[in-house]
Design a protein around this ligand. Structure first.
Ligand code: ZN
Length: 179
């Protein structure tokens, strides 16, 4: 009787110990991450994060081997500093499936610009006589590569972004919106 009671008590303590350990760990880590405000970034939309005081936007956009960007729209706020990373998630070579991210000024016809860009192979499809039409652009990259640029968001409004690699503008395009 006595031995049984001790055994039962031991088992009870073991199981209690195990439970309390488990239960304690999770709430503590959640509580501490909230208290220390570990959540510095706020996801606003797919591929876009704002920092806590709303002064910076971090954008990640992907291009693949099927000539597609994963984002059709990128929204940031006026006055933000934007850090944009273009990731080529494909495997194809830069010569056949090169991608860049080119942000164009308002009023620029993207097909017209794409036509001029197609003949600018020497400058990675950034036509030197149309630099005034470009707000900012990344380097041209191939499969498996990535490239990052930082720029100040332009004035409020809607802008077009494209990939200026020959033939890509028709599919690889989207809106960059400054609110
Ligand atoms: Zn492309």
């Amino acid at each position: 009787m006595h031995r049984f009671a001790v055994l039962a008590l031991a088992l009870l303590m073991m199981s209690c110990g195990g439970d309390s350990k488990k239960e304690k760990k999770e709430p503590v880590s959640i509580g501490s991450s909230e208290k220390t405000e570990k959540v510095e970034t706020k996801t606003t939309a797919k591929g876009v994060e704002f920092n806590e005081d709303g002064t910076e936007a971090t954008v990640t956009i992907e291009g693949d081997d099927t000539m597609k960007f994963n984002l059709k729209e990128i929204k940031v706020k006026e006055g933000m500093k934007v850090t944009l990373t273009l990731v080529h998630t494909g495997q194809m070579d830069i010569e056949v499936m090169g991608h860049n991210w080119v942000l164009l000024n308002q009023g620029v016809d993207i097909m017209d610009f794409g036509g001029d860009a197609a003949s600018a192979a020497d400058s990675d499809y950034i036509p030197s006589d149309r630099l005034d039409d470009i707000i900012v652009h990344t380097d041209l990259i191939g499969g498996g590569e990535s490239t990052t640029i930082t720029f100040d968001a332009p004035a409020k409004g809607e802008y077009d972004f494209i990939c200026s690699f020959p033939g890509h503008v028709a599919l690889m395009k989207g809106k960059f919106i400054v609110e």
